[in-house]
Design a protein around this ligand. Structure first.
Ligand SMILES: *[C@@H]1O[C@H](CO)[C@@H](O)[C@H](O)[C@H]1NC(C)=O
Ligand SMILES: *[C@@H]1O[C@H](CO)[C@@H](O)[C@H](O)[C@H]1NC(C)=O
Ligand SMILES: *[C@@H]1O[C@H](CO)[C@@H](O)[C@H](O)[C@H]1NC(C)=O
Ligand SMILES: *[C@@H]1O[C@H](CO)[C@@H](O)[C@H](O)[C@H]1NC(C)=O
Length: 538
C-alpha cells in the first residue's frame, strides 16, 4: 500500500519535472541558420563547423578599402551579438544529428576582385552578386565578389548562416551559395512629413534594410503636413514649414544618412512631391501655391502649386539645383500624384491662363507644369520618377520617366497599369501590393508575400521593364514609436519577392524562415513584431 502510494507520488514527481523542464517551442518552429531573402542557389553539405565569436576573424585576401573595413567591423559585431549567453541557452528540439563535425572555423577569406578605394556611393547599377563557399576545406572557406556591394550582401548571408548553440558558440553548416538579386531596385519608402522620424530611427531602418538586402531608401521627405528638409537656399521653407524648428533634417543630417546608407549598399532616393501634396511649402512661400476661391470669393485656402506663374519655375529651378547637388543619386522622384483640381478650377486667373494658352482640361494644365519640371530635372542630369497618376492621367511623359505604380483600385488593378505603362515604354516600380500602412489582422505579411511583381499580362520586353518595387511606409498613424514594428518583418516579405527567384519558396515554408529572421532582427536591436503567431525568440 505504502509502496504503491510512494510509486504514485514518484510518478507524479516525474510528470511534474518533465512539465517544468519541457518549455513549449514557438508555434511556428523557426529555422536555424537559414537565409532571408532566400539565395538564388544554395546547396547544403553534410558537414558543419563551430565558430567561437571571440576569436573569429575575416581575412582580406585581395582588394581592400575603407568601405570593406567598415563592413567587416560591422559584421564582427553582429556575429558577436548572435551568441547566446550560457544561462539563457535553451536546447532546441534535437533531430538526430547526422551531420559531421569538422572542427572550429576561425576565418573567412574575403576575396574582393575590384578596387574600391575611390568608391563612396552605390551607383544605380551596383553589382550585388557574390559566391560564398563554406567548404569542407577550412582554410579555403571564402566569400568572393567582383564588387564591394556583392561582398556586403555576402557578409549579410554569412552572418545569417551562423546560429547559436551551447557554450556561447555558433554553428554553421557547410554550404555553397551563389547569389544575386532578381531586381535592381528594391526599395523602402519612408514618409518623414506626416510624422517626423528622428535620425536614430532612420539609422535603425537602414540597418534593417541591409539585413533584408533592400537597396533603395526612398525618402518621401515633404508633404502637405510638413517640410522638414532644411534647405541652404531657402531656409525659411523648414523654418516655417516644419512641425517645429527642431524637427528638421539639416544638411549635415542628410549627408550622414546618405553616407550611412552607402556603407550598407543603399541608395538614397529623395522625393519632393509637387504640384500637389505641397501645402507646407506655402507656409514660407505663399505665392508658390494657388489661391482657392469659395463661391466666387477669394478664400484663405491654398491649393496645389500655381503652374501659371513664371516665378514658380524660377523657384523650382533654384530649389532643384540645390537638391541635385545635396542628393547625388541618379534618380529624383518628383511625385505628381493626387493633384486636386478643384482649387485650380475655382481660381479665375488660372482659368484665364488656361484659356489664353488653349489648355482645355486641368490635366493639360498639370501637363504644362510637369513638362517644365521634367525639363528642369533633365537639365540637372537626373532621371525622373513619377507616381502613376502622371501616366494614367495622360501627361506627355518621355519614356525616360520611370512610373511608380501604387493604386490597385482602377479596373484591372495595378496589373493593368503595369501593362499599359510598360507598353508605352516606361520603366516601372511596383508598390501597389506593398503598402505597409494597410493593416489586416494576424501575421499579415502573407498578402505581401503572395504578390508576384511580374504577374501582369505583358511580353518579355514589358516584364524586363520592371525595375523592381518598393514597400511604402506612410506615416499618418506611424511615428518614431511604432515605425520599426510596423515595417519589420512585414517589409521582409517584399524584400524576398524582389531579391529571390520567382516562386523561390511557398508562404507556408517561408513562415519558419521568417520566424527565425524576425528573431534575428530583434537580436540585432530592431523592434520587429512577431510575424506568425504565439511564440518567443530564443
Ligand atoms: C583613386 O583616385 C586617385 C586620385 O583620383 C588615383 O590616383 C588612384 O589611382 C585611384 N585608385 C584606384 C584604385 O583607382
Ligand atoms: C585547402 O585549401 C588550401 C587553400 O586553398 C590549399 O592550399 C590546401 O591544399 C587545401 N587542402 C586540401 C586538403 O584540399
Ligand atoms: C578553394 O575555393 C575556390 C573557390 O571557393 C575553388 O575554386 C578552389 O577549387 C578551392 N580549392 C581547394 C583546394 O579546395
Ligand atoms: C513668363 O514667361 C514667358 C515665356 O518664358 C513670357 O512670354 C511671359 O511674358 C512671362 N510672363 C511674365 C508675367 O513675365
Amino acid at each position: 500500500m505504502f509502496l504503491a502510494l510512494g510509486g504514485l507520488l514518484f510518478l507524479l514527481y516525474l510528470g511534474f519535472m518533465s512539465f517544468i523542464s519541457r518549455i513549449p517551442p514557438p508555434l511556428v518552429q523557426p529555422t536555424q541558420g537559414e537565409v532571408w531573402p532566400k539565395p538564388y542557389r544554395q546547396v547544403f553539405l553534410n558537414y558543419y563547423y563551430l565558430v567561437k565569436p571571440q576569436t573569429f576573424r575575416f581575412r582580406v585576401v585581395a582588394q581592400k578599402c575603407e568601405l570593406l573595413e567598415k563592413a567587416l567591423e560591422r559584421y564582427l559585431r553582429i556575429i558577436d551579438k548572435t551568441k547566446i549567453s550560457r544561462n539563457l541557452f535553451i536546447k532546441q528540439n534535437d533531430e538526430t544529428e547526422t551531420k559531421i563535425f569538422l572542427g572550429y572555423l576561425d576565418t573567412l577569406n574575403v576575396y574582393l576582385k575590384e578596387a574600391c578605394d575611390n568608391i563612396t556611393l552605390p551607383p544605380y547599377s551596383m553589382e550585388e552578386q557574390y559566391i560564398l563557399d563554406v567548404t569542407t576545406n577550412k582554410s579555403n572557406t571564402t566569400l568572393s565578389a567582383a564588387s564591394i556591394w556583392g561582398i556586403i550582401r555576402g557578409l549579410e548571408t554569412f552572418s545569417q548562416l551562423l546560429y547559436p548553440v551551447e557554450n556561447e558558440m555558433l554553428r554553421i553548416e557547410c554550404t555553397e551559395v551563389i547569389d544575386l538579386p532578381r531586381f535592381p531596385h528594391r526599395g523602402l519608402l519612408v514618409d518623414t512629413a506626416r510624422h517626423f522620424i528622428p535620425m536614430i530611427k532612420i539609422y535603425k531602418i537602414l540597418d534593417a534594410m541591409s539585413y533584408n538586402k533592400l537597396n533603395v531608401f526612398h525618402w518621401h521627405i515633404t508633404d502637405d503636413e510638413s517640410f522638414p528638409y532644411q534647405s541652404i537656399k531657402y531656409p525659411e521653407l523648414s523654418k516655417k514649414g516644419a512641425f517645429s524648428r527642431i524637427l528638421v533634417y539639416s544638411q549635415e543630417n542628410v549627408r550622414d544618412i546618405i553616407n550611412y546608407a552607402a556603407a550598407r549598399g543603399i541608395r538614397v532616393l529623395v522625393e519632393f512631391d509637387t504640384p500637389g501634396h505641397s501645402k507646407s511649402w506655402g507656409k514660407a512661400i505663399p505665392t508658390l501655391l494657388t489661391q482657392c476661391y469659395k463661391l466666387g470669393k477669394l478664400s484663405d485656402e491654398l491649393g496645389p502649386i500655381d503652374p501659371t506663374k513664371n516665378s514658380t519655375y524660377t523657384f523650382l529651378e533654384n530649389f532643384f539645383e540645390e537638391v541635385a547637388t545635396v542628393f547625388p543619386e541618379d534618380y529624383l522622384h518628383i511625385g505628381a500624384d493626387e493633384v486636386r483640381y478643384d482649387c485650380w478650377k475655382s481660381n479665375p486667373t488660372i482659368q484665364m491662363f488656361m484659356k489664353n494658352n488653349k489648355l482645355l482640361l486641368h490635366t493639360h494644365l498639370e501637363d504644362y507644369y510637369i513638362q517644365k519640371l521634367l525639363k528642369i530635372v533633365h537639365s540637372l542630369s537626373k532621371k525622373p520618377i513619377v507616381w502613376e497618376e502622371a501616366f494614367v492621367d495622360g501627361m506627355t511623359l518621355p519614356t525616360s520617366t520611370t512610373v511608380q505604380i501604387w493604386k490597385d483600385s482602377a479596373l484591372g488593378g495595378w496589373r493593368s497599369t503595369a501593362r499599359s505603362a510598360t507598353a508605352a515604354g516606361h520603366l516601372v516600380l511596383i508598390s501597389a501590393c506593398w503598402y505597409l500602412d494597410h493593416l489586416t489582422s494576424g501575421g499579415d505579411w502573407g498578402k505581401f508575400y503572395n504578390c508576384e511583381p511580374l504577374s501582369f499580362l505583358g511580353n518579355q520586353l514589358q516584364t524586363s521593364m520592371v525595375l523592381g518595387g518598393e514597400a511604402c511606409m506612410w506615416t499618418e498613424v506611424v511615428n518614431e514609436y511604432n515605425i520599426e514594428s510596423r515595417i519589420w518583418p512585414r517589409a521582409s516579405a517584399t524584400a524576398e519577392k524582389l531579391w529571390s527567384k520567382r516562386d523561390a519558396d511557398t508562404y507556408r515554408k517561408a513562415t519558419h524562415r521568417l520566424e527565425e529572421h524576425a528573431c534575428r532582427m530583434i537580436k540585432r536591436g530592431i523592434k520587429a513584431q512577431p510575424p506568425n503567431s504565439a511564440g518567443f525568440c530564443i
